[in-house]
Design a protein around this ligand. Structure first.
Ligand code: SAM
Length: 216
């Protein structure tokens, strides 16, 4: 797959200090070995699935960005057409929800090798804290979404602390929701984001949901 158009220039949302991590080695090194674990408690993950069931329609073309061996999608694998993206090929190969997948470090390369307007939904679960240039990546999410398509970014308070950016590590949960809303605004092309808050289990549940506006 090759990009059909280049992403527009997006001003960085974060300062150099805000995007710093304790571990500045290339992310591919950190994700070299597969981790067949889950990254939030079962109640949180069930809440992600419920949100997807509310927002997605059968047959939707879904990009599961920053994915792993699990996508948290409801229903049967045939229900959606899913392209997965992540950093570990073994994890992605083991994910039975993905029809195809690719590996790409978003902190090194922020242009998605995907057609413009080819998706009805972009899902990004418990991973946004690792993006150093989130405005540019979210602009690519906007580009690949069809008009009316939806971006769903879920997160909690868990993270790999050495790899999460400083702005995320130092923020409260509400501050993190504000950050993700800033990423959506900076990307352009989205309507006003909605923040979903819940406490289904031990891990607090947050999701930012934004709709791709019609192209003018
Ligand atoms: C905590 S895991 C969550 C994976 C999956 N979404 C889930 O719910 O299990 C974080 C994921 O973020 C992705 N990731 C981390 N840093 C990344 C980077 N620099 N570029 C692209 N993806 C990255 C990797 O795919 C990694 O599996």
């Amino acid at each position: 797959m090759r990009p059909l158009s280049l992403s527009r220039d997006v001003q960085p949302v974060l300062s150099a200090a805000e995007r710093r991590r304790f571990d500045e080695r290339p992310d591919a090194t950190f994700y070299d070995s597969p981790r067949f674990v889950t990254h939030a408690d079962d109640a949180f993950l069930a809440r992600v699935t419920d949100l997807y069931a509310d927002v997605l329609d059968p047959g939707d073309r879904v990009l599961d960005a920053m994915s792993s061996w699990v996508s948290h999608l409801p229903g049967e694998p045939s229900e959606y057409e899913v392209v997965g993206h992540g950093l570990n090929a073994e994890e992605l190969a083991a994910n039975d929800r993905l029809d195809e997948w690719f590996v790409q470090d978003f902190n090194a390369d922020r242009s998605l090798p995907l057609a413009t307007g080819g998706f009805d939904a972009v899902c990004c679960a418990v991973s946004v804290q690792y993006l150093q240039y989130p405005g540019a990546v979210f602009a690519e999410f906007a580009r690949v979404l069809a008009p009316g398509g939806v971006l769903i970014v879920s997160f909690s308070n868990r993270m790999f602390p050495t790899k999460a950016i400083r702005a995320w590590r130092e923020a409260s949960m509400e501050g993190r929701a504000d950050l993700v809303c800033r990423y959506v605004d900076a990307a352009g092309g989205f309507g006003e984001p909605t923040v979903v808050r819940d406490r289904p289990g031990r891990d607090p549940f947050y999701a930012v949901v934004a709709r791709r506006q019609n192209r003018s």
